[in-house]
Each structure stands twice: as C-alpha cells, then as structure tokens.
Write a protein that binds this ligand. Structure first.
Ligand SMILES: C[S@@+](CC[C@H](N)C(=O)[O-])C[C@H]1O[C@@H](n2cnc3c(N)ncnc32)[C@H](O)[C@@H]1O
Length: 370
C-alpha cells in the first residue's frame, strides 16, 4: 500500500512547531514569536488537495459604501415585468445584490473574460492581465473566486450557474468550481461553436495546428440533488432549418443552439454591424439554459452581461410561453458598452418585438469618504 508522503511531511512539520512553541513559552514568552509560529502553522494546515493559487487583492469596497443610483431618464416602462440593468464593477454590484437577493436567484448565466491575453480582462479596474504575466492564471482565479463565492450565496436551493469558457482556463475553472460548489455539484458541457449551417458569415481566424471548434459550459448546482431540469426545445441534431423544434433532454454536447458567428449575426440584426467590441453568445443558448433550469417566474442574473444577450433571451422566452421571469444584468462601461450596446439593444428589442418588459438602469456609486 502506498503511503501519503505529504501527510507525513505535514505531521512532521507540525510536531517541530510544537517543540518550538514549547521552547519559546519556557524561555522567552515573546508573543511576537508565538504569533509568527501560529502563522506558519496556519499555512501548513491550509495545504490540502485542490487548487493552490496566489491570492490577489482587489480593492474590496464594503457593501456599506456602495449605493445603486437609478438613472431615471433611461427607465423603460411598458407595463411589464421589472428588469434591472446595472452599470459598474460586478464585485461591487454582487455585494449590493447580496443584501436583497441572497438565496433568491434561480439561474445565473455568465460569460467572463477568457484570459486569452486579448486585453479583455481589466483587473482592479486599471491593470490589464497580460498573458505573459506569470501570475496570469492566479489573478484570473482570484478574480473569479471572489465573484463565484457570492454567486453561490445568491442562488436558491435548486439554483444553477452556467459559465461559458474556452480551453485557456477550463482546467483551472473546473477545479475552482469544485472547491466552491463541491465535486458532486459540477458538470461540464461541450458547445460546438462552429456549424456550417449557422455560419454563413463566419470570418475564420488563422489556425495554429488545430482548429478550435468547441468551447465549454461549466454548470454548477447549489445542490444537484434538489435540481430537476425541464426539457430543451431545439431542432433534432444536424437537421435543416425547416425541421421543427422539439423537446429533448439536455445533452452534454450542446448542438443546435447557435454558434459564435450566428451570435454576431444577431447583433447585426439590432445594430447593423457584426463587429461590436464584445464576443456575444447566441440567444438560443441562454434561452435554453433558462428554460431547462427554472420555471416561468424565475429571476435570472448575468454579471458579465456584455451585449445583453441574457436579457434578450429572457424576454424572448417570456414572450414565447407567457412567463414572468425577471433579469438582472451587470456590466462595466468599457468603451461605453453598457449604455451604447447593452441598454440600447434591450431598448431596441423591447420596442421592435413588442415585449411587455420594463427596464430600470442603475449605476454603482461609491459613497466612500462621505
Ligand atoms: C465576454 S463578454 C460577455 C458577452 C455576453 N455574453 C454577450 O452575449 O454579449 C464579458 C463582458 O463582461 C464585462 N466585464 C469584464 N469584467 C467585468 C467586471 N469586473 N465587472 C463588470 N463587467 C465586467 C466586459 O466589459 C464584457 O462586456
């Protein structure tokens, strides 16, 4: 039988600490030395199986110092469901939402920056994560850990979070999610992000050895045993557009829910351009996540909202089945995205598609120093 060397080593180190503690107590009684030893002891005890990464500090603003201030002139009221768009840093927004929505959110869909070095992930609001940075992975993990910890607290007891991700961080993300939600509460799905049937306007990127044709969705349950999925509505795999959609159990390969290229076509429908500085996800994908994971009165949160696909998908689903789902979107205002794209998209589709949906626009404001 193999013996656990790390466990033996740890036991040995802790024994030595005891001897040192004893020596200090008998001879110097210096509280600072005891304090140092306790720190070392804590470090040793924390090492265990799992993900070890350097924690990076973000300026944590306490929830008491943040307020959401409504921008009344951007409010849309057509006498429908109450939805919310929040402009600002999502860690601050999550801290505020935690006060009112702890244990009340049914589904969370997020599409965080993939950490591909494309200057998409701003850290601490000023520092871009550079892919060559030897701490690139630990910075990303620190960033995600803080947000996912709060996200878990927001979920109802049968709630689910869907995280879109590609090959750059999939390994780290699975381990992180297993630590936060428990190994038994994490599933990984594959999303084929290309499909010639959907990709009439795809612009191919240069290929380096292997053409990446899929991404992932990491699904984390608050408690999997409480969760019972509804069926998805989609076309049978590899059929043409004339074949009607039908109910299917969700499969671990997410076919027939659109592609990266078709998601850009959807933005084109609203803005007359496919090239808007955000990488959107197809509306159908988010619609099916929401449909399978919760009922018609669900509250849905997306705190990396980008172009607002999640809001659009929720409104679409409500229109289709008469549901009263509500969404809360959060996104920062990089390149004015929140106002020019997220808000503008929601506004345009509400009026164009006659959605009975209201929208309130809030900004995160710090009242530090007041
Ligand atoms: C990959 S995009 C999401 C795209 C979205 N799924 C869609 O379909 O349009 C990620 C978005 O999150 C925003 N973002 C990144 N870090 C953020 C942060 N710390 N707080 C708030 N928003 C953030 C970015 O500005 C970007 O718009």
């Amino acid at each position: 039988m193999s013996s656990n060397i790390s466990k033996k080593k740890k036991k040995n180190l802790l024994k030595k600490i005891l001897i040192l503690k004893d020596f200090i107590n008998k001879n110097t009684k210096d509280p600072t030395l005891i304090e140092y030893l306790l720190e070392i002891e804590k470090e040793i005890n924390e090492k265990r199986y799992g993900l070890l990464f350097e924690e990076h500090i973000e300026e944590i603003i306490s929830a008491n110092n943040i307020i959401l201030s409504e921008v009344k002139e951007l409010s849309i009221d057509v006498g429908g469901n109450e939805n919310i768009l929040i402009e600002g840093e999502n860690l601050a927004a999550l801290k505020v939402l935690e006060q009112e929505y702890r244990g009340k959110i049914d589904v969370i869909c997020i599409d965080p920056p993939y950490n591909t070095g494309n200057k998409t992930l701003k850290y601490n609001d000023y520092d871009y994560i550079d892919f060559d940075d030897e701490y690139s992975h630990s910075k990303w993990l620190s960033f995600m850990e803080k947000r996912l910890n709060i996200a878990k607290e927001l979920l109802v007891s049968n709630g689910v979070i869907f995280v879109n991700i590609d090959e750059t961080q999939i390994g780290c993300l699975i381990l992180l999610c297993e630590e936060i939600f428990g190994e038994q509460n994490v599933d990984v799905l594959i999303w084929p992000k290309t499909d010639p049937k959907y990709d009439k306007n795809r612009v191919e990127k240069p290929i380096f050895n292997v053409k990446m044709a899929h991404e992932y969705v990491v699904m984390c349950y608050k408690n999997k045993t409480n969760t019972h999925f509804n069926k998805m509505i989609r076309r049978p795999n590899h059929s043409d557009f004339k074949t009607p959609e039908q109910p299917f159990y969700m499969e671990s390969i997410l076919n027939e829910i659109g592609t990266t290229s078709s998601a850009k076509d959807e933005l084109h429908e609203t803005f007359g351009s496919r090239d808007i500085y955000v990488t959107p996800k197809p509306r159908k994908m988010i619609k099916e996540f929401v449909r399978v994971a919760a009922g018609p009165n669900a509250i849905i949160l997306d705190f990396f909202a980008g172009s607002g696909t999640t809001g659009h998908a929720v409104m679409d689903l409500n229109k289709e089945d008469g549901g009263k789902r509500k969404f809360i979107l959060v996104t920062n205002n990089e390149n004015n995205i929140c106002i020019d794209i997220t808000y503008e998209r929601l506004k345009r589709v509400i009026y164009k598609d006659n959605y009975t949906e209201n929208l309130k626009y809030f900004k995160i404001e710090s009242i530090q120093g007041l």
